[in-house]
Ligand binder design. Sequence first.
Ligand code: HEC
Length: 127
Amino acid sequence: MAIFKIVEHQLVLMKMRKQIFILSTFILLMGILSCGEKAPEKKTESTTNPVSTNATGEDNYKKFCVACHGADGDMGMAGAKSLPKSALSQQEREDIISNGKGTMPGFNQKLDPEAIKKVAEYTLTLK
Ligand code: HEC
């Protein structure tokens, strides 16, 4: 009764395929669901008021400023002024960081005044 053996074998294979199909659909669904959960979280983060975190001036500098000013402050990307060479005072730096200047964006939507103060202090330490 070899024919039965073959049919049986085929049935087992089909079952396995079905299980794999169900499993992968499940995994895919989980992926979609978890993406759906994360998306609104991100939105609220960027639309809320400036964040007050425990981040140091250096943390925020690395996060928001390095792209143009570079780690040492004098990379000069997009016409960014050299921070080590800048003669601006703490207050003048805070103003530019808050409101932006030329191609530099203002950060008052992303950082609260305390964080801006700290990041300005950090730029004064760049040599
Ligand atoms: C998109 C690029 C870009 C980013 C990001 C950026 N800057 Fe700037 N920054 C510039 C440019 C360009 C200037 C020169 C503006 C001008 O004078 O026209 C500048 C100028 C400055 C100045 C004034 C320097 C001087 O002597 O005039 C300070 C201080 C400064 N940036 C600090 C920061 C800090 C701190 C951050 C991060 C919170 C930051 N920048 C992020 C491009 C950038």
